[in-house]
Design a protein around this ligand. Structure first.
Ligand SMILES: Cc1cc2nc3c(=O)[nH]c(=O)nc-3n(C[C@H](O)[C@H](O)[C@H](O)COP(=O)(O)OP(=O)(O)OC[C@H]3O[C@@H](n4cnc5c(N)ncnc54)[C@H](O)[C@@H]3O)c2cc1C
Ligand code: SF4
Length: 320
């Protein structure tokens, strides 16, 4: 590990000024410390943000709930009110990693975690995402990679919270250039869609402050498939959210994780589902629309039927 300075910030503004353009924010440290130990990133200062006041709260509201960036995954899992308001978010939190990791991993750190691509994570492989010339995964073992991408890198976003927040139409509030900047999940990851070097759309020093989740979708569900029962990222994940009125979906949204650099959403499918009563046939037609443009590679074609089944099952879990 390279040498770095260490500081604890006591306000978001001081965190921003301490981190400069070459530092990194330290939240739970689950991802960051591994990146540093494997020389995958080089930070000249780590700014501990765990003491930032007020950012560790879960606050209910009539129009939206607010999750501070320092709320842990375990706190999401254990909060009964949140589980009732957003069952899909509760189920997503429960699937993340292990209880030990969930106890320290934070909302902000989960959203900003870096690629899990094994070529990116190998310290001796300098792929496109690390500034090299080649995407090794494209011609090699791409079993965990994307079905959709807007650039040469096929590393997908693996944050389960991002997938669920996308279905819930949540907004991350990011401190950028001294201003609170709202970013929906497609904006938070859009840069990774078009730029192979990016993991998300955050600029150096951008600080996620909180996430606001609208209460307008009272039904939500989340499902994932992983190689291992626990302590593993999803091969494919799916979140769905809607208001269900007299058995009909209102404002439905479906998002998929681990198959694209952004949580994958197809607006035409959301519109198709709007006003529909769910049954197998309707859920299946929506899944067809969501996966129509999928471009599987040599080893990841299994994700297409897996995603299709997950979309159908997740949609059918939505309750009135
Ligand atoms: C075995 C294993 C399985 C896992 N399975 C899953 C899974 O299924 N689904 C899933 O979603 N995750 C999974 N994870 C990932 C885990 O949830 C993340 O490592 C964790 O959420 C990172 O959170 P952290 O608070 O520890 O972040 P840190 O490691 O502290 O930070 C991660 C990154 O985010 C940046 N950062 C942190 N906070 C902020 C902020 N407020 N603003 C801007 N940038 C910030 C840091 O600088 C760093 O680059 C798994 C991890 C492990 C080890
Ligand atoms: S998928 Fe992205 S991270 Fe993985 S080898 Fe290709 S360029 Fe690198």
């Amino acid at each position: 590990m390279n040498a770095f300075e260490y500081a604890t910030a006591l306000s978001p503004d001081s965190a921003r000024s301490l981190v400069g353009n070459q530092g990194a924010y330290l939240a739970g440290g689950n991802d960051l410390l591994g990146l540093l130990k494997d020389y995958l990133i080089n930070a000249d200062i780590l700014v501990n943000i765990k003491s930032l006041p007020g950012l560790n709260k879960i606050e209910p509201g009539r129009r939206h709930w607010t999750l501070g960036t320092l709320v842990t995954i375990a706190e999401i899992e254990d909060n009964a009110g949140l589980a009732q308001a957003f069952p899909g978010l509760h189920d997503a939190a429960m699937e993340i990693a292990s209880p030990q990791i969930r106890n320290v991993a934070t909302v902000g750190g989960n959203l900003a975690q870096h690629s899990r691509c094994w070529y990116f994570r190998h310290r001796d492989t300098v792929c496109l995402k690390r500034g090299g010339d080649l995407c090794y995964a494209r011609e090699s073992d791409n079993r965990y990679h994307s079905l959709f991408t807007g650039n040469t890198c096929i590393s997908p976003v693996v944050s389960s919270l991002a997938t669920t927040f996308a279905a819930l139409d949540a907004t991350a509030i990011v401190l950028r250039n001294g201003k609170e900047t709202p970013m929906k999940m497609d904006a938070l990851y859009h840069r990774a869609w078009e730029n192979p070097l990016a993991h998300n759309s955050l600029d150096p020093g951008d600080l996620i402050l909180r996430v606001e989740i609208p209460t307008s979708r009272r039904s939500s569900a989340y499902m994932q498939v992983s190689d291992k029962h626990a302590f593993d990222w999803a091969l494919v994940s799916c979140a769905a959210a809607a208001d269900v009125v007299d058995g009909k979906l209102a404002h439905p949204r479906v998002a998929l994780g681990s198959i694209s650099p952004v949580p994958h959403q197809v607006e035409a499918a959301n519109q198709f589902l709007n006003g529909k009563t769910l049954d197998d046939e309707t859920a299946s037609a929506a899944a067809d629309m969501i996966l129509k443009e999928a471009r599987p590679l040599e080893h990841n074609a299994y994700k297409v039927p897996m995603a299709h089944a997950l979309i159908r099952r997740t949609l059918l879990k939505l309750k009135g």
